[in-house]
Design a protein around this ligand. Sequence first.
Ligand code: B12
Length: 147
Amino acid sequence: METAIKHLDPLFSQEEASVACTFLIGTVRGDVHDIGKHIVIMMLKGNGWKATDLGVDVPPEGFCEAVKEGSFDILGMSALLTTTMKSLDMTIKALEEAGLRDNVKVIIGGAPVTQDYADKIGADAFGEDAWDAITKAERLLARNIHE
Ligand code: B12
């Protein structure tokens, strides 16, 4: 999978952006699963988005620092373990405590994650798969522009 991603990535990065959108993404603390996250990134790039990957096992403070230092429209977080879903919640709380929550729209995903969980922890959206991630992110961005 990793070899395939290395080959495919340059091809997905050639499209021009239909919307100028920046997407920060990472796998949450305690979790090293990143295959699905890489698929999301490839799909984003293929649709003209700028995606910045923070990697795996990213602590809440790592997400906060990146949101503070950069200029991102959307923060995407991936969790593949039921035990690391709480890191999604903790990261959103950390963003709130740091006064950064309004800087980004938050979209979460990963096999155990659900819309109910996204609602419960105050995420802006849940993406079931890579295409859903893009659809929901574009919807959030459109809403942001019209707010
Ligand atoms: C590959 C894999 C691993 C690899 C990961 C390699 C890597 N580089 O990612 C390795 C071997 C390292 C691994 C380790 C472990 N794993 Co594992 N792993 C898997 C496996 C087989 C596949 C996961 C996967 O890649 N799926 C394919 C991708 C494409 O799907 P996806 O990740 O869901 O992504 C899609 C969507 O969810 C969504 N999405 C994903 N991220 C995001 C982010 C955003 C923002 C959005 C919008 C959408 C989105 O879009 C993606 C594309 O459509 C699953 C079992 C399974 N069949 O799912 C177990 C599984 C996830 N692992 C499991 C476990 C238990 C572990 C370990 C704890 C095992 C152990 N005892 O060591 C460790 C934990 C390590 C850690 N700390 O993270 C369990 C989790 C159980 C649970 N309920 O929590 C599973 C379900 C296996 C099982 N049936 O028991 N694992």
